[in-house]
Design a protein around this ligand. Structure first.
Ligand code: DP6
Length: 360
């Protein structure tokens, strides 16, 4: 594996301090990543829509340390509040990436972060959060080595984000990103996400995602634990093969604009992800009764109306409702009249496909 391409060669040492901000979006997978090998290498390929409204905004201030010792020096703030409980996760992340960003021990960092979506919404902030932090760190690397090209910058930022959280490597660019080496996707890699490199049919332009917040509580089982349960899972290899085939299928769907085929693939992926959880040992269920109520309502409404509404799920109880922009009016009306009642405190978020992270 060519990780050596991400080990820096020469860089300046005379940058004493600075500050940098990035905003990075969340993403929703169409073909799901579930199962990983050592060093955050995915067991299967995945593809996601990048979102627009659900984002993490991170400001990173850095100042050169007088005496460096063998430890990292940093503090993390969420919405202005010092979050000591976030620090072990960041420390593990820094340990993983220090060989690629050797300046990490030379500076003290203040990481100030906030999410545009409610903190306790049950929406995972690890993808947008790790991606925003990786981009801030890469901006420092660029400060130290001005020869870095834009192409290298984004590739390495995605590579670094992946080491924080797998799906984070798909949160840098828009509007579709593939992660995992696949023979049908030019340039794809297990090490970083790549912007989907082919023409996408007009039907998918500005595709809508309304997120129904069914359960805002902490998940009982983390994604990391769930991924690990794919080791020795009775159906693992079949699932990995299916995901590989689904990438080939979705490529032709994205070209043809066949919305019925899109719906069938996306819903099957979501239910297969949860079927993997239910058939792990130990097994677990992240859907809630209201998740199923919503799914059934979507199916009846689709049958009655002929509209192209479908759902997907991430590793939780919330439901992402996907639909084309030109059907938005009728579908939003249905969501408000029929589905919001199943959301915790009636909460939902209107989002859509987006164009990636921004330097602020
Ligand atoms: C179900 O990226 O959160 O959302 O690599 O352990 O941080 P780690 O896991 P994470 O897993 C996300 C899984 C998923 C599917 C997906 O986004 O592809």
């Amino acid at each position: 594996m060519l990780t050596s391409q991400f080990t820096p060669t020469n860089s300046s040492t005379n940058v004493t301090n600075g500050e940098i901000s990035w905003s990075s979006p969340s993403n929703i997978a169409l073909v799901k990543y579930w199962g990983k090998k050592e060093h955050q290498i995915p067991q299967n390929q995945s593809i996601s829509f990048t979102l627009s409204e659900c984002k993490t905004i991170t400001n990173l201030s850095y100042s050169k340390r007088e005496n460096t010792n063998d430890d990292f020096s940093f503090k993390v703030f969420l919405d202005g509040e010092h979050k000591k409980d976030f620090e072990p996760k960041i420390k593990t992340f820094f340990e993983r990436i220090k060989i690629y960003l050797p300046f990490l021990k030379d500076y003290h960092f203040k990481i100030e972060t906030r999410n545009t979506f409610p903190h306790s919404s049950g929406i995972a902030s690890s993808a947008s959060g790790m991606s925003a932090l990786a981009l801030c760190l890469m901006s420092i690397e660029k400060e130290l080595n001005s020869k870095i090209t834009e192409e290298y910058f984004i590739k390495k930022a995605s590579f670094i984000a992946r080491l924080g959280s797998g799906s984070a490597c798909r949160s840098l660019e828009g509007d579709l990103v593939v992660w995992g080496k696949h023979e049908d996707i030019d340039g794809s890699s297990d090490l970083f996400g790549v912007k989907y490199p082919y023409q996408v049919h007009q039907n998918f332009k500005n595709y809508q995602d309304t997120i129904l917040l069914v359960d805002k509580g902490e998940k009982q089982v983390s994604s990391t634990v769930g991924h690990n349960l794919m080791h020795g899972h009775a159906f693992a290899q079949e699932r990995f093969n299916q995901a590989e085939e689904n990438i080939t299928k979705i490529k032709s769907i994205l070209t043809s604009g066949d919305l019925d085929a899109f719906i069938a693939l996306v819903e099957s992926e979501a239910l297969t992800l949860h079927a993997m959880m239910m058939s792990s040992m130990p097994y677990f269920i992240l859907m809630k009764p209201n998740t199923l109520e919503i799914i059934n309502k979507i199916w009846s409404f689709r049958k009655e109306s002929g509209l192209h509404i479908c759902f997907t799920l991430d590793a939780g109880a919330n439901v992402h409702i996907l639909y084309p922009e030109n059907e938005a009016e009728a579908i939003l009306k249905f969501i408000k009249n029929e589905l919001v009642a199943y959301c915790q405190n009636g909460h939902y978020i209107c989002d859509r496909i987006g164009f990636g992270a921004k330097k602020l």
